[in-house]
Write a protein that binds this ligand. Sequence first.
Ligand SMILES: *Cc1c(COP(=O)(O)O)cnc(C)c1O
Length: 400
Amino acid sequence: MEKNDPASRVQDLRQFGEFGGVNPSITDSSTYTFLEADTMVDTFHGESQGCFLYSRHWNPSNKYLADAMAALDETEGGWITASGMAAITCAILELCKCGDHIVTSVTTYGGTFAFLQNYLPKFNIDVSFVNIADLESVEKAILPNTRLVYTESLTNPLLQVSDIAALSEVCKKNDVKLIVDNTFTPMIISPAKLGADIVVYSMTKFINGKNDCVAGAICSTNDFINDLSDVNTGTAMLLGPVLDPIRSSSILKNLHTLHVRMKQHSRNAMYIAEKMEGMGLKVIYPGLKSHPQHELMKKMMHPDFGYGGMLALDLNDHETSNQVMQAMQDKDIGYLAVSLGYFKTLFSCSGSSTSSEVPEEIQREIGLSEGLTRMSIGLDNDIGRTWDKMLSCLKETNVV
Ligand SMILES: *Cc1c(COP(=O)(O)O)cnc(C)c1O
């Protein structure tokens, strides 16, 4: 049987350059000549296939990356944006109008939470925040004017697993769309295959993996991508968060090593999580049997790529978290920085950084302790050596 996994689909892309270069040529142009005047008119009317008009609409370099992202998630089409937030906000605004309603997981990326909570009310769009693991409360929250359900495959920062297939069933039954942010688990989870209508990514993280730029992507049906990019009505076309083609060509090259990197991130994170659990520490990692949705994750994932590079260690209070992170940075384990999916380990205290948009009482309610320390485990060759250093940091700060 032919192997059909995300890495093989990306590997099978045939995208070579204009002059046969092994990498697609970079199209360094904002506008395009039309050899015949009639073609320009047709292109404006969306009736001319394969013609490029203006780079806010489509650029060939962005098209290569969009096609590669569509291959990754096995969707009909893809769209590239200048940030993950641009992908998220364009997808939501394309679906919603004034008076609509959204149901979302209460644990999401802080910027997403802030957009849903603080920004959408300007447009009279109501949002209900629910525990996404409680399917009954999701279904109960759906109203006649609900347009979409929003979640993350693996939620930030509590690493709750969304049951995408079950959510999709609820959405289909109620005729609402399901948007899934798959930033934490590219290759590991294929949300569209499980029933998500729209998959959004911050490519800033694992997909690019170099922390040298900010970028995003949307994977969905051709109809949705056409709607987004419609010259007269498309949210992406009209709000204009387009990625520079030089950047998109560098991300495309990094996408081709994603499978190797995800395996190593997962292997290393599993090792650290098991060691931490063995010491009796409160660690959240979906690869551990103690994770409440370990079996669900196992059922949903492509086993080749592991359980991902993200883990959360609950150090109870903010002060202890700061001391441990400071010690880890001093021992060159990694950097005290927000963001994730980097080749070096990154750590931050979620409540006071990437989730600070979430009000404190909600943080406590969802189980986000003030000492919750999120770690994006790096590509370390000798993870045992890293653990030895980490252990000495935990001892020195009296955590163990
Ligand atoms: C970082 C992140 C975003 C936002 O992406 P940007 O590229 O920073 O705009 C959205 N969702 C998740 C899960 C993220 O980690």
